[in-house]
Ligand binder design. Structure first.
Ligand SMILES: [Zn+2]
Ligand SMILES: [Zn+2]
Length: 343
């Protein structure tokens, strides 16, 4: 089978290997689609050093089930979450499962960009395999994980009335649409790509501005928030200059959500006394949980959230390099997915 992985010298490469077999309590899934995430691009660029496994937004059909698996059958359409928390450590007990030490250790084998991948028993046991409703297509399914990340973040920062999303890439757009679906009265955003700004406006975002015009962006936030600043500013990009801009747009007592992966080793230069006197909260959030992915799935089924139009490009697994190239081109693509046989 084909498997897309991080090349030894960086970049992404396709290799042939034997498909994995499910052990007891495990399942294997035949790939339909897996989104290319910004973090996949950062791994390939060498800016995000983790286990280095690419592809964590996969949907497909159950291929085979191991001994003891009773609630899934071959042919079932599913999303499989790569990370699961242990559920009982001190971090989990305090309600921060995505920061559980077990969480980032668990993963799909060999990764989400594979014709067939294996879901480990601990993931299966903790509900990481979600059966998709017939009304949820493969494209929307491939957006469940990133949309879940936005919901997990939103749960942590509370329900804002007014919000600005800095960086309307795929996950920034999902976040902005979720804010709108969750009743925010005014949502603005900044984004260099015109294609992505128009996807924001199409999704009901009030205003999307080119960040190369910061005065125009600040003026729009003033107008949208009655001059007080936004309850929530989401930093959906890793650029330190953008993070600084967030402090100009947030209201007194408001929240800045560090949502996008920052550049490795980047430092933040802010006036701490201003931060103190203005009472601004800085809240980093990371990844998502099974309950939040399930809640996004319900929102897709009841149509309170529409996201499938964000997938603009599909490339078969054998062309994963082109998929990654396209995903770096903000002017040409919103969300890029890699497809397998089951698509
Ligand atoms: Zn992701
Ligand atoms: Zn834990």
């Amino acid at each position: 089978m084909k498997f897309g992985r991080l090349g030894a010298a960086g970049g992404v490469e396709v290799v042939e290997r034997d498909p994995p077999e499910p052990g007891p309590g495990e399942v294997t899934v035949r790939l339909a689609a897996c989104g290319v995430c910004g973090t996949d691009l950062e791994k390939v660029r060498g800016n995000y050093r983790t286990a280095g496994i690419l592809g964590h937004e996969p949907v497909g059909r159950v291929d085979a089930v191991g001994d003891g698996v009773t609630d899934l059958r071959p042919g079932d359409r599913v999303f499989a979450h790569h990370h699961v928390a242990c559920g009982h450590c001190a971090v989990c007990a305090r309600g921060e499962p995505t920061f559980c030490p077990t969480y980032s250790r668990t993963n799909l084998d060999p990764g989400g960009f594979a014709d067939v991948f294996r879901v480990p028993k601990e993931n299966v046991d903790r509900g990481a395999v979600l059966r998709l409703d017939d009304t949820v297509g493969w494209d929307a399914g491939a957006l469940l994980e990133p949309a879940g990340c936005a919901l997990t973040a939103l749960r942590k920062v509370g329900a804002p009335s007014t919000a600005v999303v800095l960086g309307l890439g795929p996950v920034g757009l999902l976040y902005a649409r979720l804010l709108r679906a969750r009743g925010a009265t005014w949502v603005g955003g900044t984004e260099i790509s015109e294609l992505r700004r128009s996807a924001a406006v199409r999704g009901g975002i009030d205003v999307a501005i080119d960040p190369r015009e910061p005065e125009a962006a600040a003026a729009a936030v003033d107008r949208g928030t009655g001059g007080v600043g936004a309850d929530l500013v989401v930093v959906a990009t890793g650029h330190p200059a953008v993070i600084r801009f967030a402090f100009d747009l947030v209201r007194r007592g408001g929240t800045v959500n560090l949502f996008g992966l920052p550049e490795a080793g980047s430092r933040l230069d802010v006036d701490l006394q201003q931060l103190y006197l203005r009472g601004v909260r800085v809240v980093p959030t990371y990844a998502t949980t099974e309950p939040d992915v399930r809640e996004i799935h319900r929102a897709l089924v009841d149509r309170s959230l529409r996201i499938d139009d964000l997938v603009t490009d599909r490339f078969p697994l054998g062309s994963i390099r082109e998929a990654f190239d396209r995903a770096t081109r903000a002017d040409a693509a919103v969300k890029v997915v890699v497809t397998g046989d089951a698509y």
